[in-house]
Design a protein around this ligand. Structure first.
Ligand code: 5RP
Length: 228
């Protein structure tokens, strides 16, 4: 099974986690995109879902599939389940997200959801966060270099670029990718980053997964956080 097949397997398995009807969060990225396709097929077959998309890209995809969507600004109430991807998952099911730059909307939708189902292929599973990925941090443009330099005290910083230009998020901000190496305490790092004025949000999702569906050579594995 290659990585794309694994992503599809995980996306399809997540459909079983949806309620029969109601409000659902729609993640961003290539794995979540496969899930949104599956939701589109269910809606076309008559399922009564309303979606809250986590990026402009996901909104466009969902609209094209005919999935009814709630406005970005309000009226969500409690989202029953959000299904989203991740870049890294550690042994405690903490996550690095934001490879696609949608981390802020993804974290808001995650926070507004009763359950958060994360779908990944097995390459994303690491003992500790930061082993292979940098932490994406969304930063306001105003005073950008100040926030970037402050983040530079927490790791090696790189301003994300696309086609030679600074990458701009859906909210009009920049992304700084902070390479830290393996992270001992993701919560402390998240707080230290968010303490910097101008930092909008980080891609560290600590204790925010209700279930991680991992697809790989042996099929599907379901990981749930240990009860405290
Ligand atoms: C986007 C995200 C994605 O969910 C994450 O980058 C995983 O993407 P993919 O499924 O393409 O590997 O956080 O901001």
């Amino acid at each position: 099974m290659d990585q794309n097949e694994a992503k599809l397997l995980a996306a399809r398995a997540a459909i079983d986690e949806l309620p029969p009807r109601g409000i659902i969060g729609l993640g961003s990225g290539s794995t979540a995109k496969l899930f949104v396709d599956e939701v589109g097929a269910r809606v076309a077959a008559g399922a009564d879902y309303r979606g809250v998309p986590t990026s402009k890209g996901t909104r466009a995809q969902a609209e094209a599939l005919g999935i009814p969507l709630l406005p970005d600004e309000d009226g969500w109430g409690e989202i029953a389940v959000t299904v989203d991807g991740a870049d890294e998952v550690d042994e405690h099911l903490n996550l690095i997200k934001g490879g696609g730059g949608a981390l802020t909307r993804e974290k808001i939708v995650n926070d507004a959801s009763r359950r958060n189902v994360i779908i990944v292929d097995e390459t994303k599973i690491k003992r500790r966060l930061g082993e292979t990925w940098a932490v994406p941090v969304e930063v306001l443009r105003f005073g950008f270099s100040h926030a970037r330099d402050a983040l530079g005290k927490l790791g090696k910083v790189r301003v994300r670029a696309r086609e030679g230009e600074a990458f701009v998020t859906d909210a009009g901000n920049f992304i700084v990718d902070v390479t830290t190496g393996p992270i001992e305490d993701p919560l402390a790092l998240d707080r230290a980053m968010r303490d910097i004025p101008g930092v909008v949000e980080t891609g560290l999702f600590v204790s925010r997964a209700s279930l991680v569906i991992v697809a790989g050579r042996t099929g599907i594995t379901r990981l749930e956080p240990k009860k405290k």
